[in-house]
Design a protein around this ligand. Structure first.
Ligand SMILES: [Mg+2]
Length: 381
């Protein structure tokens, strides 16, 4: 079997004004989705979603540039796999998406689920955590965060990750005020679901430490990216200061990049994303982290195909835990599929079909026409 073509489908959908979401100084007005399709001379196709953070047009341009090295090659030949470089986000996302599409194709050729090809006793379903907390405004009703989280609890989710809200300086938000909101949240949830916080690298170490201590005391499951990602020693100090894992690495795409963080125990959990670095590299990172007693819980924002890629990854991990699922992506997220994969009570069942086990819906490019430009706008107050 030979690869005959690789195409990139770019899809977009505007959020209705009431469904736009916001964090820091950004308001996200659109959902984007780049899907890579690898075709063969025997009619089989592999599909993969690249992380949209690579920029849709850039991803397509890199895929076009890389395509000639794949044409005429056997998709089962693992020597054709490209590695992310850890420097160029658009290149890495293109490589990650191609890698996922090749795994889908290999599974279809072998008649096996991707997770089963990666590990003999892989899981059949993975536990999801609802990822959001991107709709509360410190100058309006921060308690919206608690109502939103209670909604996910009512929908059957057993874990939820929240964020730190709109730009703190607009409203003079302090560490004490944020910790107060987290205390209220923990009290309302009252142990009925796991809670995590994502700082999106917005805090200083001086701010992050008292927050980490309070989250640890309140029983939160992890505190993600509290400070800028390059500060490996800052991460190591924070991770040593509390029992709860300090987590990160969603923008790291190579094992080499993770090495100092593993050696210094700077992360309690690592969070690469199969749509950003590929399933192949993510598994290498998982295996290295496991030697340090560190688990992998992938970053997985954006659309359903990336969630499925990361679900197969989680199902094949040495110590599978949870998979992130974006709660605010709108209809593009699951409408890219002919049939939505089964999600019930906060669990995603891996389809019992070869490859990634999902098929794309019809006429996606006319239903979700690509829109150029950035998916978010910067707000000034
Ligand atoms: Mg994150």
């Amino acid at each position: 079997m030979k690869i005959t073509d690789i195409k990139t489908m770019l899809l977009s959908r505007w959020h209705e004004p009431e469904n736009q979401w916001f964090t820091n100084t950004f308001r996200t007005v659109r959902a984007d989705c780049p899907i890579i399709v690898v075709t063969t001379d025997e009619g089989l196709e592999g599909i993969g979603e690249a992380c949209a953070y690579g920029g849709l047009a850039h991803i397509r341009s890199w895929v076009e540039w890389l395509k000639p090295s794949f044409i005429g090659r056997d998709p089962r030949d693992l020597s054709i796999v490209l590695s992310p470089n850890g420097r160029t986000r658009m290149y890495d996302c293109a490589v990650g998406g191609i890698d996922c599409a090749l795994w889908d194709l290999r599974g279809k050729i072998e008649g096996k689920r991707v997770a089963d090809m990666l590990k003999a006793d892989s899981l059949k379903k993975v536990r999801l955590y609802a990822s959001s907390g991107c709709r509360y405004d410190w100058s309006d009703r921060p308690e919206q965060l608690i109502e939103e989280t209670l909604g996910y609890l009512a929908d059957g989710y057993t874990a939820c990750k929240v964020r730190i809200g709109t730009y703190w300086d607009w409203d003079g938000v302090t560490v004490d005020r944020f910790n107060g909101l987290m205390r209220d949240l923990a009290q309302e949830i009252n142990g009925r679901m796991e809670l995590m916080v994502d700082g999106n690298q917005r805090l200083t170490e001086e701010q992050a430490l008292p927050i980490a201590k309070e989250l640890d005391r309140l029983g939160f499951t992890w505190f993600e990216e509290p400070i800028p990602m390059a500060d490996v020693d800052g991460y190591a100090r924070l991770n040593a200061a509390v029992d709860m894992p300090i987590t990160g690495g969603e923008q790291f795409t190579t094992l080499e990049q993770f090495r100092p963080y593993l050696e210094k125990h700077a992360y309690g959990i690592v969070q690469p994303d199969a749509g950003w670095c590929g399933i192949t590299e993510a598994l290498k990172i998982a295996e290295a982290a496991y030697r340090y007693g560190i688990d992998l819980c992938p970053h997985s924002w954006h659309n359903g195909l990336m969630a499925i890629e990361n679900a197969h990854l989680v199902a094949a991990l040495p110590n599978p835990r949870v998979l992130e699922v974006c709660m605010i992506q709108g209809p593009l997220q699951w409408d890219i599929f002919a049939e939505k994969p089964p999600i019930a009570d906060g669990w995603l069942e891996l389809p019992d079909k070869p490859g990634l086990g999902v098929a794309l819906g019809e006429n996606l490019e006319s239903r979700f026409p690509y829109v150029e430009g950035h998916y978010a706008i910067t707000v000034e107050r």
